[in-house]
Every structure is written in C-alpha cells, then in structure tokens.
Design a protein around this ligand. Structure first.
Ligand code: ZN
Ligand code: CU
Length: 484
C-alpha cells in the first residue's frame, strides 16, 4: 500500500509549453504553497484538480510594457490583463510612474494624466509608500515596477522646458536611489514627451546613475521614433554603456509614412549593437499607437480616433475628422479645443510590425492605457492576438516562440527570478488556453471585449480567472529584482 503524494492543486493532462522555446510535451503540474512542486505524469492527489485536456499550459504571461501603476490599486481584479492570461505586469513605463511623485493637487501634467486625469493619485512621495499601499491591498496579479524620470522631473523642477540644474539632478538621483532600494526594479524614461524632452543625455545618465551599481536595466520611450530614430537609438545605447546597464527600447516602431519600411535598418542596428552591449525591446501587435492627443502627430497619421477628452467627453471613440466637422473648425484647431485628451494614431506599417514582432529578442508588451474612456484595443487584446492572429493564423512564428516572447524572455530581461518558466521550483503563475480558439476580440470599435480562449489563469498558485470571469482572489505580489 502506498500513500499518494498530496498537493494543493494539480493540473492534469495539459500540453505544456514551458516558456523556454522548448517543444511542447504532455504532462501534469502539481502546485503547493504557490510553487510548482512537480511536473510529469503524476500519480498524486490534490485539494483542487483542474483537467486541462485539450489545453496548453504556459507560464502566466508577463506584460513587458504597461501603465497599470494605478489600475492595480483602482481595479484590483485587473480584468483587462487577467482575461488575456497575464499574471505579471511591468509598470512605470515611458518615464511615467505613480511612485516618487509629490505632485501638487490638480490635473497632472501630460503625459502623467495618462494615469490620472483628475489628480489625487499622484500622492506617493516615495516608492516605499506606493509599494506598501499595493502590498496592503494586493491586486489579482503581480507587478514589477519601474520608476519614471518624467515623474521625478515634474516632482522636482519648477520649469520643465530646460535641462535640470545640478541640485535638481541630485534630488532626482536620490529619488532613483530610494526607489531602487525600496523595490522598484529599474528606471524608465520618456524623452519623447514635452516634460522630459529638454533633458540632456547627461541629465539622464546622472539621474539614472544608481543603476550603475546594480548592473541594471534602462528602459526608454526614445526621444524620437520617426525621422531621427537612429540618432535616438544611438543615444539610448550610449546611455546604456555609460550606466553599465542593459537597455530596453520600448514599443519599438517606425513612425510616419516616410519611415515605413525602416525596420530592417533599425533591427540590423540592434543586432550589430548586441555584439558589444545588451539590448532588449518590446512591441505591441498593432499598426496604431496611442497616447495623449498631440498636434505633431496629425501629419504622420492616416487616421486619428479620440480616446478621451476632458472638456469634451462626448468625443471619446470619435474620429478626429468628425470632431473637426462637428466643431466646425480645422483638425488642428479641434486638437487645441478638446485638449487635454488622448488619441489612437494609425501611423505604422504592418510589415514593420511583423518584422519587429518576429525579431528574436522582441518581448510582447501591450502599452495599454487602462483609464482611457475608449481605449486602444491593445489593452484587452495584445497577448491573444499574438498567439492567435500572428502565431496560429499568420504563422509568423511557432506557438512556443510566441509564448517565450511573453514569458521566459521577459522574466530573464527584467530579472524576475523563477517566473516566466514552468519548472519545478518556479512560482506557480500558469495560464491555460485553447490554442485552436485563442484570439483577441477587442477591436477599434469594441475596444474592451475580453479575449476568447483563455481558460484559467493562476497567480502564485491561486486561480484568479476561471469560466470566463474573475474569481475575486488577489494573490498578486510586488516583485523585486533577483539577488536583492
Ligand atoms: Zn511610450
Ligand atoms: Cu508606454
């Protein structure tokens, strides 16, 4: 007579894609105390059994590029992400983070208003304060949090249209150091946006210098993604070298008709640069971008849809052409009339998007904007779109590669230990999905429709999504760097 091993949870009869790009195999996964204890053909018992016949079991997806800093606190089920199979989000991208932000009351300076149009959420005067709040009221999923140079600038400087002074740089450097010491994983910048556009390369190197001691990761929405993209890439690489840090080029893309078809050039430059320093990049699977409404995007876009407007909420979801008609003014004047606002810009080329997605080192990041009234569909659709549309239907890469780009690759790049892979001893972040049916359902018209084919989502051993809805469990943790 033998006594069977007993676990908290067993997933039986799964087809396992482990997040390393290795070929799929059949097996069961046993979980106890939030950790994967065994994988294989298991003759064991468990409190909870999930039959995964016909389903893929993959590591929970890691969204490499998010603006979910506030969503984790204001919608703790994080449904736009959980419904896609996402179990960890990297927050604080593009220089924008809630943390380290003694921003005075009132409407935050764009683009910080992407996180909060009203004011009030920028109240975390240290990263520690943000982290403690999130840990006291956990979300359904894990978060690994970047802190943003733009937030530091807004918090520190009386005017943003100049380079920071030595004493302002010293203050920002202290903020960076405090954040990294209190659990922020790395630092992001967004020099494409006005509040950070006047920052010199030297300012950024100085503010980010605490990364040097850590051999860190410098994540950037580059100064320019259109005509001057190569100069911006060179600036990014230089900053990485001076900081002794790896770089991540956020949402890599070639913006504007004039630059369509330039991805072979930019990807070749990345490959060449990888010969002497570590370079990473992320990408979302759409030909439209989205951010605050900007006049300078008019010329570069074939179509613009308003995602929110503070003075004119009725224009959410409306084409700028139509807005101009209704206001009886030019498109340029309409932009001024409805600001502050957000927009979707159709300004990318499908061949470039596919080439960048397919590039070996490209991670998947949604860049979703969770507080937009009528958001870009990437918020709800990114991961199933890569799995279903690009991998299965267009055969851009095998499913194992698609999963790797949203799990193992991302965990390794950001230093998230024992995440992003299915192996004994890893944290039990697991997504079960149907490879035949998985697909995004959100489109530009119906932008918040949950994806199809995501069966079960497990975070730290606890199911947070089953039968097409949130379970209400909130086992998410704030993830910190490996070795600290
Ligand atoms: Zn960005
Ligand atoms: Cu972003």
């Amino acid at each position: 007579m033998s006594i069977k091993q007993h676990y908290d949870l067993i997933i039986r009869n799964a087809t396992i894609i482990d997040g390393t790009k290795a070929a799929r195999y059949a097996g069961d996964i046993a979980v106890s105390d939030g950790v994967i204890k065994a994988i294989g053909r298991l003759d064991a018992a468990a409190d909870t059994e999930i039959d995964a016949s016909g389903l893929i079991a993959a590591p929970g997806f890691i969204d490499a590029h998010t603006h979910d800093d506030r969503l984790l606190l204001s919608d703790r089920d994080v449904t736009p992400k959980v419904s896609q199979g996402v179990t960890t989000v990297i927050t604080g991208n593009c220089g924008i983070s809630l943390a380290h932000s003694p921003v005075p009351d009132g409407a935050p300076t764009p683009p910080l208003d992407l996180l909060d149009t009203e004011g009030g959420w920028f109240r975390f005067q240290s990263f520690r304060a943000y982290r403690e709040t999130l840990e006291a009221q956990p979300a359904a999923i894990n978060a690994a949090c970047l802190v943003g140079h733009t937030t530091f600038r807004v918090a520190t400087m009386d005017r943003l249209d100049r380079v920071a002074t030595a004493s302002e740089i010293a203050k920002m450097r202290d903020m960076a150091r405090e954040s990294l010491a209190s659990g922020a994983i790395w630092i992001s910048t967004g020099t494409a946006y006005p509040p950070a556009a006047c920052a010199s390369t030297e300012e950024i190197i100085e503010v980010c210098s605490p990364l040097r001691e850590l051999g860190g990761l410098y994540v950037t929405h580059m100064r320019n993604e259109d005509d001057d993209i190569v100069d911006s890439m060179e600036e990014t690489f230089r900053i990485g070298r001076e900081l002794g840090s790896e770089v991540v080029i956020s949402h890599h893309k070639c913006v504007g008709t004039r630059n369509h078809g330039r991805s072979p050039e930019t990807l070749a430059l990345i490959t060449k640069t990888m010969g002497r320093q570590a370079v990473g990049l992320d990408c979302y699977p759409y030909i439209a971008s989205s951010t605050v409404l900007r006049y300078d995007r008019l010329e570069q876009s074939s179509k613009i849809i308003i995602t929110w407007s503070k003075p004119h909420p009725e224009f959410s979801g409306v084409d700028l052409e139509e807005v101009a008609k209704r206001l009886n003014m030019s498109r340029a004047d309409a932009v001024e009339a409805i600001k502050p606002a957000g927009a979707i810009y159709f300004m990318l080329n499908e061949d470039d998007v596919q080439r960048i997605l397919k590039f070996d080192d490209t991670m998947i990041g949604s860049d979703g904007l969770p507080h937009d009234v009528k958001p870009h569909p990437r918020l709800w659709g990114t991961f199933p779109r890569v799995l279903g549309h690009y991998s299965r239907d267009l055969k851009l890469f095998p499913l194992e590669t698609a999963v790797y780009k949203m799990t193992g690759l991302t965990a390794a790049k950001f230093g998230l230990e024992n995440r992003g892979v299915l192996k004994q001893g890893a944290h039990a972040d697991i997504t079960l999905f149907d490879a035949d049916t998985v697909i995004d359902a959100a489109d530009f018209e119906h932008s918040t429709r949950p994806a199809i084919g995501i069966d079960t989502v497990i975070v730290n051993g606890t199911p947070v999504w089953r039968d097409g809805k949130a379970t209400g469990a909130r086992p998410g943790r704030v993830l910190t760097r490996a070795h600290t």
